[in-house]
Design a binder for this molecule. Structure first.
Ligand SMILES: Nc1ncnc2c1ncn2[C@@H]1O[C@H](COP(=O)(O)OP(=O)(O)OP(=O)(O)O)[C@@H](O)[C@H]1O
Length: 247
């Protein structure tokens, strides 16, 4: 089925369950490009975050394969997974910055050996260069989120995984995060983004993967998704349909 080339993330027949044996993922297959922005949509509890954790070996599937950059993830030992996670950092919802350290120091924590220039470049890429000497409590939630992205960028990653990067942000802050993701994508750095933000999905996603009933219910363009979403997402996507054209 799959091209497991160096710029791909591939899930093949992946299954995983937790307590009470409920299968969260049940034979999900999908292939995405690590140079694109792929949004994962799906009802709450459908397994979107689980998919991210499987992608970087934080969880192991009970069945199936996961391949990132052409490397099998599910069979890799922890010691090499650490290096894989530097190439594909997974940013969880909270920005987890140290409040008593400046932004520059927070970013440096990701890689204490990184040259000063790499730290400055990372902050510049997220529009926070002028804020390098400030402390996190001085920043709004959107800037904190961008700082967390800068901390990942200092690792010089090849792919990013972001769990709900704009949840809780106002529109302006969400659009700033969105601009950062679009600009990183233009520089060849794609991301897997778990999101309930369908406005943002419509603006910047290259592809949308819908997880429903443990499977890949849709993988395609954002327009196609918004035109015929999974039934359980219909009321959520309806407000964003305006202007979505056929063809
Ligand atoms: N470590 C775990 N132990 C037990 N159950 C888990 C674990 N991780 C996930 N689950 C369960 O798996 C299901 C999917 O979780 P996941 O966090 O991937 O959902 P999600 O689609 O990201 O949801 P949301 O949109 O609400 O964040 C949930 O029912 C959750 O309770």
């Amino acid at each position: 089925m799959n091209d497991t080339g160096p710029d791909t993330l591939v899930f093949e027949d992946v299954a995983i369950s937790f307590e009470q044996g409920r299968r969260v993922l049940d034979g999900l297959s999908a292939q995405v490009s690590t140079r694109e922005l792929t949004f994962i949509a799906g009802a709450s509890g459908s397994g979107k975050s689980v998919l991210c954790r499987l992608a970087v070996g934080l969880l192991k599937p009970e069945a199936g394969n996961v391949t990132l950059f052409g490397e099998r993830v599910d069979t890799q030992p922890e010691r090499t997974l650490v290096s894989l996670r530097r190439r594909a950092p997974y940013l969880v919802q909270g920005p987890a910055l140290l409040d008593w350290r400046t932004l520059r120091e927070n970013v440096r924590l990701a890689d204490p050996k990184a040259p000063e220039e790499a730290v400055e470049t990372a902050l510049e890429k997220v529009g926070l260069k002028e804020w390098a000497d400030r402390l996190p409590p001085e920043l709004g939630p959107g800037a904190k989120k961008r700082a967390a992205i800068a901390r990942a960028l200092v690792l010089k990653p090849r792919y990013l995984l972001l769990d709900e990067p704009t949840t809780g942000l106002d529109r302006r802050a969400a659009m700033q995060v969105e601009a950062v993701l679009a600009s990183l994508k233009a520089q060849g750095l794609g991301a897997l983004v778990v999101s309930h933000d369908y406005r943002q999905l419509r603006e910047i996603a290259d592809r949308v993967l819908v997880v429903a009933k443990g499977r890949n219910a849709y993988l395609g363009s954002p327009e196609g998704f918004l035109k015929s979403p999974a039934p359980e997402l219909r009321t959520l996507t309806a407000p964003f349909m305006e202007g979505v054209t056929d063809g």
